[in-house]
Design a protein around this ligand. Structure first.
Ligand code: SF4
Ligand code: MG
Length: 300
């Protein structure tokens, strides 16, 4: 989003929470938390200027572990609540934090429509390709053949392609990073925060407890930076982005896959927000007496 509030001098210490994490040792969520904190510091956004809205899942505990506004909601509903928060207070930098199950399973309908509306929020999907909190069932992003408690002979479903899905649904910023590279993840998140419109940041995440195949070494071997491999790559070209998202070579391109700055975002088009009165929460609650009389005449 376009950060309109005054930039503040903040440090990582300002975002430290006093809550003790219950994540397993080595969980990729630690790297994602650190990346979000770094991105906020680098963007000069203070704890009171940001809100993190999460659903249910291991990674959805994240708002508890960061000193900023937070709202833990229902499974699959984080994006919906985040869009409401954003419309009520467009001054806040609004994050929706979901896992792969929360974002691409239970909440997929909300995600698609908020992409289409170009709602000005940053949606971080912590994608460990498994349901962690409920003890390791296969998820919509699990690879075909992945063995879990609910797929003892290997998952028979094909997984969702998050990047291609986001592109076709109308997301105007699509980025990807890895929890084992928090510096890169922080850079992608900061760019997503500065983008006006729906920004999807998929962060590949290790889950050493339930996804023992895809560990840090595995991801290091399977990921590559888009611009390092192809310096000519143009992230504003949807056809190049589609081609890259559909490459089925088992590797994960990282960085900014797609960016469209032409499309207006939803809040820019809402009449009530176009009256130079700033964020809705700052509008006066007083009723115009002339309008009030008209309403009375019409309904009383
Ligand atoms: Fe992290 Fe997996 Fe443990 Fe959940 S189950 S806290 S995702 S390592
Ligand atoms: Mg998951």
């Amino acid at each position: 989003m376009v950060i309109t509030l005054e930039r503040t001098q903040v440090t990582a210490k300002d975002f430290k929470s006093n809550q003790k994490s219950t994540w397993c040792p080595g969980c990729g969520d630690f790297g994602i938390l650190s990346a979000i904190q770094t991105a906020l510091v680098n963007a000069g956004v203070a704890p009171w200027q940001a809100i993190l809205v999460s659903g249910i899942g291991c990674g959805s505990k994240l708002p508890d572990y960061i000193n900023a506004n937070g709202y833990m909601t229902l499974h699959g509903r984080a994006v919906t609540i985040a869009s409401g928060v954003h419309l009520a207070n467009t001054d806040l930098v609004t994050f929706a934090i979901t896992g792969d199950g929360d974002g691409f399973g239970i909440g997929i309908g909300h995600v698609i429509h908020n992409m289409r509306r170009n709602m000005d929020i940053v949606h971080i999907v912590e994608n460990n390709e498994v349901y962690g909190l409920t003890k390791g069932q296969y998820s919509p992003t699990s690879k075909r053949g992945f063995r879990t408690s609910t797929s003892p002979e290997g998952a028979i479903e094909f997984s969702i392609n998050p990047l291609a899905l986001a592109l076709s649904a109308g997301a105007t910023f699509i980025g990807r990073s890895f929890s084992g590279d928090p510096k890169h993840a922080a850079d992608v998140i900061k760019q997503a925060m500065e983008h006006k419109g729906y920004a999807l940041v998929e962060i590949l995440q290790t889950c050493p407890t339930y996804n023992k195949v895809q560990n840090v070494e595995w991801y290091k071997a399977q990921t590559y930076k888009i611009l390092e491999e192809n310096p000519e790559y143009d992230c504003t070209d949807p056809f190049q982005a589609f081609q890259l998202s559909m490459l089925n070579d088992g590797r994960y391109p990282m960085g900014i896959l797609y960016k469209n700055t032409e499309r207006p975002c939803y809040s820019e088009q809402v009449p009530a927000l176009q009256q130079n009165k700033g964020a809705l929460v700052n509008h006066s609650l007083e009723i115009d007496p002339v309008l009030f009389e008209k309403l009375k005449a019409a309904y009383v």
